[in-house]
Design a protein around this ligand. Structure first.
Ligand code: UTP
Length: 289
């Protein structure tokens, strides 16, 4: 079982980032010098993924344009001797084989992933949510792929979240299997207090079998009237083995302003051209507070 394909659902409406996301997809908002989605594509590529499907919608064609060549701009950069900029612009277009499909109606994450059926075919595939950005020594999706290949089953990326925050995520019922890896026997979306299984929540990374498509197509709308991936995972884990990987790395929910700012600041602090300046700037700011 080799995971060669990834699906990035990026067709959400981004209502937590309005009004900025009215016309600019949240995945295209810059984090230092790259749009958020590029970090996700780079994570997939670093984990050995070759083919990537982005699930988009009619308001998000800026993404397709970004991963395309732009001859007029490249000629201009070339003539001006701006080699570094030229290389960066080209690199984005050459990162992977990128495919697109539109989710014609915003019916939820499970519905978005179901659009990938023809692209995926009959092999296991990775899913990386378009607004969850990870910083890790080993790509987070690579950590999941390793576990999925070892146990020959699906894998979900989890971390512990505070009890008060669980109602925004899902809660996973887990049994220890080995260090940082658990068997999953149940999962509930946006749980009320009495429904909580554990503080482990799934955070934006999955390795799924092609069998998930039949499950998703059979689902009724769940929480919020949407086709919920979590409901599909619930059925799947009762039918076949699924593991949860307590992944090493920091996850940023860049779909809300706070997570977006945290990621931007952390990435800018690490970036060679902005890091030293930002440290001085922040020190001055802190003194003023
Ligand atoms: P979110 O829960 O972040 O929803 O979706 P959203 O619509 O993008 O943002 P808000 O809550 O309105 O601010 C989680 C992931 O599922 C994708 C999103 O693009 C994001 O990657 N998604 C969600 C879809 O692709 N289609 C949908 O119908 C819903």
């Amino acid at each position: 079982m080799k995971v060669r394909k990834a699906v990035i659902p990026a067709a959400g409406l981004g209502t937590r980032m309005l009004p900025a996301t009215k016309t600019v997809p949240k995945e295209m908002l810059p984090m230092v010098d790259k749009p958020a989605i590029q970090y996700i594509i780079e994570e997939a590529v670093a984990a050995g993924i070759e083919d990537i499907l982005i699930v988009t919608n009619r308001a998000k064609s800026a993404m397709d344009d970004y991963f395309d060549y732009y001859p007029e701009l490249e000629d201009r950069l070339n003539a001006a001797g701006k080699d570094r900029e030229l290389a960066e612009v080209r690199r984005a277009a050459d990162l992977a084989n990128i495919f697109y499909v539109r989710q014609k109606e915003t019916k939820g994450l499970g519905h978005a992933i179901a659009r990938a059926r023809r692209f995926v075919g009959e092999e296991p595939f990775a899913v990386l949510l378009g607004d969850d950005i990870m910083r890790a020594r080993t790509p987070v999706i690579g950590q999941l792929i390793q576990a999925a290949e070892k146990y020959q089953c699906s894998a979900v990326g989890v971390q512990q979240v505070a009890t008060e925050a669980l109602s925004k995520y899902c809660s996973v019922k887990v049994e220890p299997l080995e260090e940082r890896i658990f068997t999953v026997s149940d999962v509930v979306e946006k749980p009320r207090r009495e429904q909580i299984f554990s503080n482990y929540a799934i955070l934006g990374r999955y390795v799924l079998p092609p069998g998930i498509f039949d499950v998703l197509e059979d689902l009724e709308p769940g929480v919020g009237g949407e086709i919920q991936l979590t409901d599909g995972l619930r059925r799947l884990c009762k039918r076949e083995k699924m593991v949860a990987v307590d992944f090493e790395g920091r996850r940023y929910d860049t779909g809300n302003i706070r997570g977006f700012l945290e990621a931007t600041i952390d990435f800018a602090l690490d970036h060679p051209t902005t890091g030293p300046w930002l440290k001085r700037f922040l020190r001055e700011k802190v003194r003023e507070l």
